[in-house]
Design a protein around this ligand. Structure first.
Ligand code: XMP
Length: 509
């Protein structure tokens, strides 16, 4: 496996993605991680990430030279390269006269190992303010650019490499090949880490850990919790009990459709719990988005508490935590502001006294999807758009009532089913409808109307962190708008959201 030491680069997760794409397992840890944690199974290769600091800063993150004790190949990227140079000759890295950001032409001087099968000239992505002024005699230069004499280096005796550019980003045209050369050729790691091997070892681990105890799993109707439940079910059968809560904030027919899928197609032991009144009561008269989120989260916890209290056999709670949530990446920006307090059905508290089973906590979202496919979860389910835990509760911009929910369910249903029908559903990352508290004047027949406004939003995205509004065809939007206004009493105006994230967010609340 490959150890990625994080120096705070915004691209660190991308390095992991590139390695995983080669079916080789890797983990991201902070640069100052205690390496004795890995003594039982040391990594077979190490990648040092980039980072926002300069190695000359007083508080610059350093290199734990114990890594050399493992005698495995090391690849330093950007800051990673500079820190390698800096430990050889302190002061050898300095501020460049010309900072280099963006595309640059790499000229390869030696293509025996790291640059095998890469043209002599190719486009790479640079992003640095410092450069290497003086290189230790133990290193040789294996690539340069017009602007940087030292664009890539190799140690003359040891398997140590460094690149000034970022092979992990797509703009580096041969970046994948460079990572492949490092992982497959230099570290000699074959791609054996596949969805199937993951399933086999994970099922075995769950079985061993759980023994004959019972496991509770909250299903959300989303891919992550479904994959988790399916894995746990494969391991321990009906010692698993799944719960799918109707919080009254689900889409039209969602509760029954998803329950049917769980029972009939996936054969999961699932209990549907109708708690919609509890949620609606709790939300009565609440306008503030953050308050709504907190209330919904707390009621979820209460519902689960009630189930556990009634049955002492439950010792574990299975949940669909993903890798991006657990990476202990370092951040030099300090604590980030709470934009929205995200809530998942899984985010249940420690007081419940249940141990956590988190079988996909090492996976990225698309890896979870692959595992899901391999587990036989139908494709139409795997490709479902994300849906937030607080559901339609945060898509009604005012207080939540049953009437507004029913109205929004109709609007949403028309939008989503038209997307499916016109083969646009898979083209967008997420689509949703929002009920605005804005009333406006319209005319229907010869009558004046004064009704509410529905906003439609569809976005393209890779991970939900950034997103662009989807450029859906105008005839499609016209058709959907027409249907909504004609078929949903109470709505006389439809608008389409053309904001990207940032600065907007995907959900309106
Ligand atoms: P935002 O609105 O923050 O949303 O741009 C990014 C993605 O996260 C989803 N989302 C949530 N998912 N619990 C969830 O499970 C939440 O509380 C929550 N809030 C937003 C949102 O639908 C989008 O996919």
């Amino acid at each position: 496996w490959i150890l990625i030491l994080d120096y705070g680069s915004q691209y660190t997760q991308l390095i992991a993605r590139r390695v995983r794409e080669l079916s080789v397992y890797c983990e991201i840890h902070p640069f100052n991680k205690d390496l004795s944690d890995f003594k039982d199974q040391p990594p077979q290769g190490i990648i040092l990430s980039g980072g926002p600091k300069s190695v000359n800063d007083e508080d610059a993150p350093g290199l734990n030279t114990e890594i050399f004790g493992w005698d495995v190949p090391v690849l330093g990227i950007c800051y990673g390269l500079q820190i390698l140079a800096h430990v050889e000759i302190p002061g050898s890295v300095e501020k460049a006269d010309r900072r280099e950001f963006g595309r640059s032409d790499l000229i390869v001087d030696d293509s025996t190992d790291l640059f095998q099968n890469i043209p002599q000239e190719s486009v790479v992505w640079m992003s640095h303010g410092d450069h290497i002024k003086e290189l230790s005699a133990d290193y040789e230069i294996i690539a340069h650019t017009d602007n940087a004499r030292v664009a890539a280096v190799r140690h003359k005796q040891k398997q140590l490499f460094g690149v000034q550019f970022h092979p992990e980003v797509v703009h580096t045209v041969y970046g994948k090949q460079i990572v492949r050369n490092f992982v497959n050729k230099i570290c000699k790691l074959e791609g054996t880490w596949t969805a199937q091997s993951f399933i086999e070892s994970t099922v075995e681990e769950i079985r061993e850990r759980v023994g004959d105890a019972r496991v509770l799993c909250g299903l959300s109707g989303g891919v992550d919790s479904t994959v988790v439940a399916t894995l746990v079910h494969k391991a321990i059968g009906d010692q698993l009990q799944c719960i799918f809560v109707d919080n009254g904030l689900l889409r039209k027919n969602e509760f029954q459709d998803v329950l049917d899928l769980y029972e009939e197609e996936l054969h999961l032991p699932v209990k549907g719990v109708d708690a919609s009144d509890r949620f609606l009561d709790g939300l009565e008269g609440v306008f503030d988005p953050e308050k709504k989120r907190k209330i919904i989260g707390n009621i979820f916890i209460d519902v689960f508490d009630d189930i556990v209290e009634g049955d002492n056999d439950f010792k574990f709670l299975a949940q669909g935590t993903l890798y991006p949530d657990v990476i202990e990446s370092i951040s030099f920006k300090g604590p980030s502001a709470t934009i929205k307090s995200h809530h998942n059905v899984g985010g249940l508290p420690e007081e419940m006294n249940l141990a956590l089973v988190e079988p996909v906590r090492e996976l990225f979202k698309d890896e979870v999807r692959n595992v899901g496919r391999q587990l036989g979860i139908p494709d139409h389910f795997i490709k479902r758009h994300p849906f937030p835990g607080p559901g339609l509760g945060i898509r009604i911009i005012s207080d939540v009532t049953k009437e507004k929910l029913d109205l929004l369910r109709e609007v949403d249903d028309i939008f989503i089913s038209e997307l499916r029908q016109q083969d646009l559903y898979d083209e967008v990352w997420q689509a949703l409808a929002v009920l605005l508290p804005v009333q406006s004047v319209g005319v229907m027949g010869d009558e004046r109307t004064y009704e509410f406004t529905a906003a439609l939003r569809a976005v393209t995205s890779v991970d939900g962190m950034t997103a662009d509004w989807a450029h859906l065809p105008h005839p499609f939007l016209a058709h959907v708008s027409n249907r909504i206004i004609n078929e949903v009493p109470g709505i006389n105006r439809v608008v389409y959201d053309v904001s990207s994230k940032p600065p907007s967010t995907i959900e309106w609340e």
